[in-house]
Ligand binder design. Sequence first.
Ligand SMILES: [Zn+2]
Length: 322
Amino acid sequence: MAEAHGFAPTPSKRFHLTKPQNSPKLAPNPNESPWMEQLPNPPRATIHRLTLGQAQVITLLDGAQPRDSINPPFLMDKSPFEIETIAKDQNLAPDSFENSYTPTLIHLNGQVILIDTGLGAAGRGAHAGRLKTRLTEAGFAPTDVDIVAFTHCHPDHIAGVLEDGVPTFANARYVIGRREFDAWADGTEIPPQRAQNRELFLRTIAPLAPRMTFLEDTQTVVSGLVSQTAFGHSLGHMMYRLESDGQALLIWGDVTNHFVYSLQFPDSPVAFDDDQEAAKETRKRVLDMVVTDRLLVSGHHMPFPALGHVERTAGQYRWIPF
Ligand SMILES: [Zn+2]
């Protein structure tokens, strides 16, 4: 059952720890810059809550940024004419797209698990970095987060974990794929265009190692939440599968980076992918699995609320918004 902007009280103690239940989620905070007004599009929803078995799942919009080119990053094997045709067929702008960032919060069995942390301070002033505000508006304090689970170490997933060098989620422990952590720590396999990203990793993620659990494939994070490897977009990219009372949700991180271009042409090279061949194979494998298993998906870069299903269409795929 989905609830787009509900404020229904919950029996969970978590929701009694913080108080913004009595104010509308979308009301602007007077202490903030008028972020909503800066967005390139009209105001949109920023918090989406749904119930999945015993779990509450909340997707939180960290931000959305306009990009002035489709290729790169997408459809890098297509001509400008082909791209224009593909975009127009889908009623999309032929020369731009919007990149949005949506971490997922799971409240399950008294545990609060945040998957990815948005851009943090680095995104502010650029239509992003609002996760912490969204979290408070959703009824959680940053100190309520028990576990931060990372899909991978690109900036829009890790930068929000620190504020001024201090952990944003003071009580949290961390989980990450072992392959992902090791690749960034070692550095030799990291592509040259990710040099600054590696510096960010060394500043933000590496020091958290003492509070970190390193995950292999199909490892339990908490009962009901299991890791699944999806290498390619980054060298050790991880997904998380939530199951509760027979319902399932796959948080697939950046297996796809665009709701049309990545699904319609999963074989096209994407500049965002660090291992492009592995990313293509993973994309096809995961898309096939999601269709076959009729899985609900949360995708960090899918249009808000970043939830949907996938449909197979003549050898391609189509995103069906939730
Ligand atoms: Zn990303």
